[in-house]
Ligand binder design. Structure first.
Ligand code: AKG
Length: 290
């Protein structure tokens, strides 16, 4: 659980760094699962003649960078929320995460539908945004917590997270679409407000959906691997009507908890099929044409 001082820091600053939370053993199953995806991508691309080498002997930090330098599509299986598998599902319910989330949102926890696995490529970065900028306004009153978990040490050089402390109290700032995606409008947030948050493997950074953040550019030749996972109180609006989360913990009614990854996938498919019937219903707050 979070202590009173951590909760006060989170509420005041809009973010909280927790160090030495995860052991190597905690992280190994997801790293192994992601490495398997990389292996599959390498094999497929190699067979398709898109890749000159499988880069089998490269490290976790290096292998995908080498593959993506030849075939950039190699990252898409992990990046676009496509990845749903057992080790990742189990990690989303890790008690070390849920215990801390529970301190802020209560004992019945939805794993929010928005999550990202970030194999941040050399040269890549995340645009300045608030997560709320990506949700519909129905989620604005819900405390939607992001939990960013690095799988390698993150530094200003390899593209660590930055946050704008205390700006989460101002609601949703104006965002605009640029060539690189959705951005907080430059007049809303100065460069000086961007505070880098370098982190060691094993740590977790929690922040709110109203906390302006982004990442530095990855100026190394390695991958800056991280996951950003999200949680909120069960039963509150998510800002994402078209894709469901899953019940990660319910102390009041444990039977509600989503039993396994298969059940999660089935529910996502069911809701997505229904949502696809309504392509005209808004999915984003900021129209792509603006
Ligand atoms: O890790 C990053 O590049 C930024 C993460 C992010 O934007 C998020 O968690 O919403």
């Amino acid at each position: 659980m979070l202590n009173d001082s951590q909760i006060a820091t989170f509420k005041e600053e809009g973010y909280l760094i927790i160090e030495n939370l995860f052991t190597d053993d905690d992280l190994r199953p997801v790293k192994d699962e992601f490495s398997t995806v990389v292996e599959q991508q390498a094999q497929q691309l190699h067979q398709a003649g898109r890749l000159s080498d499988l880069y089998k002997n490269e490290s976790f930090e290096q292998r995908l960078a080498k593959i993506a330098a030849e075939a950039p599509e190699a990252t898409s299986a992990l990046q676009t929320r496509a990845h749903k598998d057992e080790a990742f599902f189990q990690f989303l319910k890790h008690p070390k995460i849920l215990d801390r989330v529970e301190s802020l949102v209560g004992p019945d926890i939805l794993c929010h539908p928005s999550y990202n696995i970030h194999p941040r490529l050399p040269g890549g970065y995340t645009t300045p945004h608030q997560d709320a900028g990506f949700y519909l306004p129905d989620g604005d009153e819900t405390l939607i917590l992001a939990c960013l978990i690095p799988l390698v040490d993150t530094t200003p050089e390899n593209g660590c997270l930055w946050v704008a402390p205390r700006r989460h109290k101002e609601g949703v700032l104006r965002h605009v679409w640029g060539e690189d995606g959705l951005n907080i409008s430059p007049e809303e947030l100065s460069e000086e407000e961007r505070q880098p948050v370098p982190t060691k493997v094993g740590s977790m950074v929690m922040f709110t959906s109203m906390t302006p953040h982004g990442s530095r550019v990855n100026n190394t030749d390695t991958i800056r691997w991280s996951m950003d996972l999200r949680y909120q109180a069960l039963g509150k609006p998510t800002g994402r009507w078209y894709v469901p989360g899953f019940v990660a913990r319910s102390r009041s009614n444990p039977e509600l908890e989503t039993p396994n990854c298969t059940a999660w996938i089935a529910e996502v498919e069911r809701v997505e099929q229904k949502a696809n019937k309504y392509p005209e219903w808004p999915r984003y707050r900021w129209p792509q044409t603006s």
